[in-house]
Design a protein around this ligand. Structure first.
Ligand SMILES: [Zn+2]
Length: 216
């Protein structure tokens, strides 16, 4: 296994779509497939990758808009991996057709995410590539994917460089988010690169020192 990650920025909210790739087997996972699923499918094809799973950090529409189209572009459909809490929230709060872009709902969950579980790139393997940590607060059932080998954590909208996820939205809980950032993100090694759902990457060390919302 020779892991790498890549970032593709798509759509009107400049979502960061991440790919975790095993450069030996060419198998990959896509995280938070946002708007413009065909752009993401083309990217995978151009790279010569084989998509094995779709991982979702949380249920907001800009992180799940491409899930159905990308899953169903393959036969059999690519497994969808999401917490049941986020899935339930997304079902109860369907996208509203903002930006005039078609947004499909997530059709099903094939592998329910749970705090503390480990995932491999290929769902058939028992390789431990990322640890799943619950960071609910911005959205119920939000998770991060922590990859020890690459020293990265894909954090969705839980934390941003010098900022944190919004907590004025339906289902948000500000205190819970702060607690989870402290307990689930700030406990990672300081040099861990945090890859958020929007904007620039940062590190655990930087945020512990400079994040004005959550001091370590
Ligand atoms: Zn969000």
């Amino acid at each position: 296994m020779n892991l790498a990650y890549e970032t593709l920025v798509v759509g009107p909210m400049s979502n960061n779509v991440y790919f975790l790739v095993d450069q030996e087997s060419k198998e990959c996972v896509i995280v938070d497939p946002s708007f413009l699923p065909q752009t993401q499918l083309n990217y995978i094809e151009e790279k010569g990758w084989m998509l094995r799973q779709i991982w979702i950090t949380h249920g907001h529409f800009d992180h799940i808009a491409g899930v159905k189209a990308i899953s169903e572009a393959f036969d059999p459909p690519v497994p969808i991996v999401m917490s049941l809490e986020s899935f339930g929230w997304a079902k109860a709060n369907p996208p509203t057709g903002m930006y005039g872009i078609r947004m499909d709902e997530v059709p099903r969950v094939d592998i329910p995410l749970k705090h503390g579980m480990w995932l491999g790139i290929n769902p058939e393997s028992d390789e431990k590539v990322v640890e799943v940590r619950d960071v609910s607060g911005h959205n119920p059932g939000s998770v991060i994917f922590y990859c020890t080998q690459l020293k990265i954590a894909i954090v969705g909208d839980a934390i941003f460089k010098d900022s944190i996820g919004r907590t004025d939205l339906a289902g948000s809980d500000h205190e819970q988010l702060l607690k989870n950032i402290r307990e689930q993100i700030y406990t990672l090694p300081e040099d861990t690169i945090l890859l958020p759902g929007h904007m620039d990457a940062t590190t655990v060390g930087h945020e512990k020192r400079f994040n004005p919302f959550v001091r370590a």
